[in-house]
Design a protein around this ligand. Structure first.
Ligand SMILES: [Zn+2]
Length: 414
C-alpha cells in the first residue's frame, strides 16, 4: 500500500488528552480514575461521545470493554487498536490513556482525509487494566482471552467489599457477551514505556517485541530466636544474617547474567532490638525476556540459597508463587512499526516490555505488537508521569501509519 501523505492533528490530540486529564484530576497533574468508579464512568461517557462524533459504531461487552468500529470496504477481520483509560490511585495522565486517545486520533485523521481502508478499524478501551481497585490487573482483556471466566471477574471485590459485577452495572457499562470482539486481524497498543531506556538513549519510538517473563517466589528462612546478649556469635542461628547473605547472592548472580532480580518485601520476627531474628520471609521477583536464561538463573539462585542455609544449619523453604512465560509479539508487526518509524525520520529501537499490558492477553487472540513512547525520568504510576509533546506526536504518527498499512493488508500475519 502507498504511504500516507497525511499526519495526525497534534493540536486536537493534545486537546483531547488535556480534557481527559480533567477527569479525576489530583495535584499536581495526576489522575485518580480507578476502574468502575464515578470518574471512570464520566470518562467513559465522554469517550463514547467522542467515538460517536467520529462516526464510530459503539458497543459494550459484558466485561465493560468499549469498542468503536469504523467500517472498511470489506467485512474482513478488523484491526483492533487501543489500551485502557483507568489509572492507579495516584497515577498519571498518560499511561494507557495515550493508547486509547491516539487510537481515536487515528480514526479522526482518516476521517479528515476521507481515507477508506479495506478492513474495518476498531478502537477499544479495556476495563480495569490497572488492577488497583479490583485484582488481578489486565482483567477484561484476560476475560476476552479466556484466562479468567466471567463469574471470577464479576466476583472480584474492592477493599470496601464492593463487587466488580455490581459496580459495572451501577455505572451503566455492563454490555452483552455477543458484543465481545471475535475475529481480530491484528491488535496494536501504544503505551508509555514506564522505564528510562528510550529517554536515556534519546529514542522516540520503541517497537516492542514482547513482554518479559516473570517468576515470583517467597523464601522463608527459619533459624532460632534468642537473647542478643548471652548468645555467643558462633552459637547463633540468625535468620536475618542468613537472609542477607542470600540477598547478596541474588544480586550477584542476576546482575552477572543481565537478569532483573528484586527483593521488594521482607519481614522478620520477632523484629525486636535485643532479639536474634528467628524467622525471615522475603519475596523474589525475577524477570527476563529469555525464558531459558531466566530459569537457569533462578535455578542457580535457589541452589545457592539452599547451600547458605545448609552451611548455617538453618532451614529454608522456597515457594513458587507465580510463573509467567515471556510473551513474544508478532515479528511482522514489530518490523512494520520499526520500518514506519524510520520512514518518518524518528529514532526507533526494538525492545522488550518490562511491565505487563493488555497486549499480553490479546497476543493469545491475534497477531499483536506495541509501540512505546518515552517516559520522562522513567516515571509512571505516579503524578509526575510525563511524556513530551514531540514524543506523543511521533508515536501517534507511527500508529497512524501502521494501522493504515495493516487495515489494507491482505496476507496472513502468521
Ligand atoms: Zn497501562
Amino acid at each position: 500500500v502507498n504511504n500516507l501523505k497525511s499526519k495526525v492533528n497534534f493540536k486536537r490530540l493534545k486537546d483531547t488528552i488535556d480534557k481527559s486529564a480533567e477527569i479525576g484530576n489530583i495535584p499536581v497533574n495526576g489522575l485518580k480514575r480507578l476502574a468502575l468508579s464515578d470518574e471512570d464512568k464520566l470518562m467513559r461517557d465522554i469517550f463514547q461521545v467522542w467515538m460517536e462524533e467520529a462516526g464510530l459504531e459503539v458497543r459494550i461487552d459484558d466485561f465493560g470493554n468499549m469498542y468503536g468500529k469504523r467500517p472498511g470496504k470489506t467485512d474482513k477481520p478488523p484491526v483492533l487498536v487501543g489500551s485502557h483509560l483507568d489509572t492507579q490511585p495516584s497515577g498519571g495522565r498518560f499511561d494507557g490513556i495515550l493508547g486509547v486517545l491516539t487510537a481515536l486520533e487515528v480514526v479522526r485523521t482518516l476521517n479528515d482525509n476521507d481515507i477508506e481502508t479495506m478492513r474495518p478499524i476498531e478502537i477499544v478501551n479495556f476495563t480495569n487494566e490497572e488492577g488497583a481497585r479490583f485484582e488481578p490487573p489486565m482483567m477484561a482483556s484476560g476475560g476476552l482471552a479466556g484466562v479468567f471466566d466471567r463469574e471470577f471477574i464479576y466476583s472480584r471485590k474492592d477493599r470496601d467489599g464492593k463487587k466488580f459485577g455490581d459496580e459495572l452495572k451501577r455505572i451503566g457499562y455492563q454490555g452483552k457477551s455477543e458484543n465481545r470482539i471475535q475475529d481480530i486481524y491484528a491488535f496494536l497498543e501504544l503505551h508509555i514505556e514506564q522505564g528510562p531506556v528510550l529517554e536515556n538513549e534519546n529514542i522516540s519510538i520503541g517497537a516492542v517485541e514482547g513482554i518479559q517473563g516473570t517468576n515470583w517466589l517467597e523464601i522463608t528462612v527459619t533459624g532460632e530466636s534468642d537473647h542478643a546478649g548471652p548468645t555467643p556469635m558462633n552459637l547463633r542461628k540468625d535468620a536475618l544474617t542468613a537472609a542477607s547473605q542470600m540477598i547478596g547472592i541474588i544480586e550477584e548472580r542476576a546482575s552477572g547474567k543481565g537478569v532483573m532480580a528484586t527483593v521488594g518485601r521482607l519481614s522478620l520476627s520477632p523484629n525486636v532490638t535485643n532479639c536474634i531474628p528467628g524467622q525471615v520471609v522475603f519475596s523474589l521477583d525475577i524477570r527476563h525476556f529469555d525464558d531459558y536464561l531466566r530459569k537457569e538463573v533462578l535455578n542457580e539462585i535457589t541452589e545457592a540459597i539452599q547451600r547458605i542455609a545448609d552451611d548455617r544449619e538453618i532451614t529454608v523453604r522456597i515457594e513458587d508463587l507465580w510463573d509467567s512465560k515471556t510473551t513474544i509479539f508478532n515479528p511482522k508487526i514489530v518490523n512494520l512499526i520499526e520500518e514506519r518509524a524510520k520512514e518518518l525520520g524518528y529514532n526507533v529501537k526494538k525492545m522488550p516490555s518490562g511491565a505487563g499490558h493488555d497486549s499480553k492477553h490479546m497476543n493469545e487472540l491475534a497477531p499483536t505488537a506495541m509501540i512505546f513512547v518515552p517516559s520522562a525520568n522513567g516515571k509512571s504510576h505516579d503524578v509526575s508521569e510525563l511524556t513530551l509533546d514531540e514524543d506523543i506526536e511521533n508515536g501517534a504518527n507511527v500508529l497512524y501509519e501502521v494501522v493504515y498499512q495493516l487495515a489494507n493488508n491482505e496476507g496472513d500475519l502468521v
